[in-house]
Design a protein around this ligand. Structure first.
Ligand code: NDP
Ligand code: 8X3
Length: 250
């Protein structure tokens, strides 16, 4: 029996690459997202119903999440690895300029959506001595201007991962927080409201991480022996490092 991974947010970026990587290693995958056309394309690319199954739902909607999980055919039940990847940033402005609705969307998606699907799948993951991989961010660890609520949600993801690990270590469940830095994906188009010039400027000359790099990391975590837990991994492109603290002077 192949192992089964459920990857949230697999219609683009990291999630799509992670799904491809797991299938290349003989796993079956359940892929989720709101864009059904992309899910259908991905499932077909991955070999159709024998290897992949698409679940189209909004991760912010608890009932939709419950119904989606309940609709899984028997061969896709019994998930061994949950990859909590769906998420987003909205806006890059300082807090005083931010839209409250956008803040709430980030909290509902990155925190509420993630904890909801995790809780709904937890009994099964415990029964299978499974794995949870959560996509946090360097924004979990390092504040930066304009990071405000996005960084707050990702700090939650990291801390939740470590707490979950504490709770589940006696049950054989592994939990990992992945914390990527500058990475090229639609993430930046979503964050900037589709500003392609901002996208090009951010990545230009920086050799950013690519979704394949993250997929490689997630698969490596999953492929380790069952007694090995990677707690957290912070990963940046070589071009990215730290700047001095800013000092505002009157
Ligand atoms: P993308 O924008 O390429 O992908 C985001 C995915 O999340 C999409 O598949 C999208 O699917 C899904 N998603 C977003 N909102 C919802 C929702 N309400 N319901 C269901 N699915 C949703 O971004 P990345 O691949 O780059 O990002 C993946 C994760 O990695 C995110 O959690 C992000 O915060 C994190 N991250 C990204 C970094 C980067 O620089 N790119 C760096 C560090 C962390 P759909 O729109 O079809 O619903
Ligand atoms: C995405 C990386 O630096 O834009 O989580 O916050 S960053």
């Amino acid at each position: 029996m192949p192992q089964i991974a459920l990857v949230t947010g697999a219609t683009s970026g990291f999630g799509q690459s992670i799904a491809r990587r797991f299938v290349a290693e003989g796993w079956s995958v359940i892929v989720t997202g709101r864009r059904k056309d992309r899910l259908d394309e991905l499932v077909a690319e991955l070999g159709g119903a024998a290897q992949a199954y698409g679940l189209c739902f909004d991760i912010r909607d608890e009932e939709a999440t419950r119904q989606a999980l309940a609709s899984l055919p028997p061969v896709f039940q019994g998930v061994d690895a949950l990859v909590n990847n769906a998420g987003l940033a909205l806006g890059t402005g300082t807090a005083d300029t931010c839209d409250l609705a956008e803040w709430r969307t980030m909290i509902d998606t990155n925190i509420n959506g993630l904890v909801t699907i995790t809780r709904l799948m937890l009994d099964g993951l415990i029964a299978r001595r499974g794995l949870v991989v959560n996509l946090a961010s360097i924004a979990s660890n390092w504040p930066y201007p304009g990071g405000n609520v996005y960084g707050g949600t990702k700090a939650f993801v990291r801390q939740f991962s470590l707490g979950l690990r504490s709770d589940l270590s006696s049950r054989g469940v592994r939990v990992t927080s992945i914390e990527p830095g500058l990475s090229e994906s639609e993430f930046t188009l979503v964050r900037t409201g589709g500003d392609k010039a901002a996208y090009d400027k951010l990545y230009q000359g920086a050799s950013p991480l690519q979704p394949k790099d993250i997929a490689e990391t997630v698969y490596w975590v999953a492929s380790l022996p069952a007694h090995v837990n990677i707690n957290s991994i912070e990963i940046m492109p070589v071009s990215q490092s730290w700047a001095p603290f800013q000092i505002h002077r009157e």
